[in-house]
Design a protein around this ligand. Structure first.
Ligand SMILES: Cc1ncc(COP(=O)(O)O)c(C=O)c1O
Length: 354
């Protein structure tokens, strides 16, 4: 398939913001977007066109039954070079989410081509300052107009772009998380491992209550026993014990994070003992009390690595270390951001030139 381009003339294009570090995450979008439709069993009409509101029938299935999935990845620029970080993994996960939600898959090679072509059109929007990037949001929704819970036959796939700075207002400083024992995000056998819109809706009330208590995100517990830590709002979680680095296994309830996978690979190569195993909240709080837990941090495309400095659980507040970013989280943040923007050599072949 050939992408059709219908671009704004230069005089109609907006000037990208001067200081992306000061823009609240995800609030500004670039001049163009990518769209492609699916009907009669195939994808067609791939286009790059001016950013515009969507026109949907009020009966569009996504609006009623939540048949919608998305992805999040970033483009980084240093001078002439523009790099994507492991985009093949995002496309693989988008297709896995599509299978779980009975939606059509994309051809991986063509999906990457579409992302690259849109990023090329908007290259002036990619900020260059360390800690900033162009956030890429591929999205697929069911647009067929019909009431009744059945998989749709018509879909829209689109990509929008947003220049971003840090995800948290804290920047790389430790964030505070709230362990919810009241609400759960996802359950094994459900859709927790898919990046589907309903998972985020399910997390809103718990997150609102956490924010009211002065915390940035919820640290979710497993839905069955409410005993094992799962993940944070938009991040997987790692716990650095004195003798190992542990993270929740991919049990079907958490999102298989691409940053998580990269952190496991890096830390194993650095000689750490890394284990994917269940971590109970009791083990975590006890380890914080005794000092066996040295660091806790979240990982995700938006925040990259976010040190966790304080954890609230059942009326008690647990501080992590001395409340500052720990050495492992700092080394990971520096290494990942260095590889992502091309400042550090990439021995893993993770970066892809646009
Ligand atoms: C619920 C959830 N967990 C974890 C992550 C981290 O995944 P990744 O590292 O692929 O961004 C994200 C972000 O996409 C997320 O939304």
């Amino acid at each position: 398939m050939e992408i059709e381009f219908s671009l704004l003339p230069p005089e109609k294009r907006r000037t990208p913001p001067g200081d992306p570090l000061s823009i609240p995450f995800g609030t500004i979008f670039t001049d163009h977007m990518f769209t492609m439709t699916y009907s009669e069993g195939q994808w067609h009409d791939p286009r790059i066109e001016p950013y515009h509101p969507l026109s949907l029938d009020p009966a569009a299935l996504v609006l009623h039954y939540g048949q919608g999935i998305f992805e999040g990845l970033k483009a980084y620029r240093r001078g002439e070079r523009v790099l994507l970080f492991r985009p093949d993994k995002n496309i693989e996960r988008l297709n896995a989410s599509a299978r779980r939600l009975v939606m059509p898959e994309l051809d991986p090679g063509f999906a990457l081509h579409c992302i690259k072509e849109l990023v090329k059109v908007e290259r002036d929007w990619i900020p260059e300052v360390r800690g900033t990037s162009l956030y890429i949001r591929p999205t697929m929704i069911a647009v067929e107009a019909r009431l009744g819970v059945k998989p749709a036959k018509e879909f829209l796939y689109y990509i929008i772009l947003s220049p971003v700075g840090p995800y948290f207002k804290e920047g790389f400083n430790p964030v505070k998380v709230y362990v919810s024992d009241k609400y759960v995000r996802a359950v094994r056998g459900g859709v927790g491992a898919a990046k589907t819109i309903g998972n985020y809706a399910a997390s809103l009330l718990g997150t609102k209550e956490a924010i009211e208590m002065g915390y940035s995100q919820v640290l979710w517990l497993d839905a069955i026993e409410r005993r094992y830590i799962e993940e944070c709002g938009t991040m997987n979680v790692f716990v650095k014990f004195d003798d190992e680095l542990a993270t929740t296994p991919l049990d079907g309830a958490i999102l298989p994070g691409i940053t998580r996978d990269s952190v496991i690979r890096l830390t194993r190569d650095w000689g750490l003992r890394v284990r994917e195993r269940p971590i109970s909240i009791d083990e975590l709080t006890e380890g914080l009390r005794t000092g066996k837990v040295e660091e806790v941090f979240g990982t995700g495309t938006a925040a990259i690595v976010a040190p966790i400095g304080e954890i609230y659980y059942k009326g008690e507040v647990y501080r992590v270390g001395d409340g500052k970013s720990g050495p492992l989280a700092t080394r990971l943040y520096d290494t990942l951001t260095g590889i992502q923007c091309g400042e550090i050599e990439d021995p893993y072949g993770w970066t892809v030139e646009v």
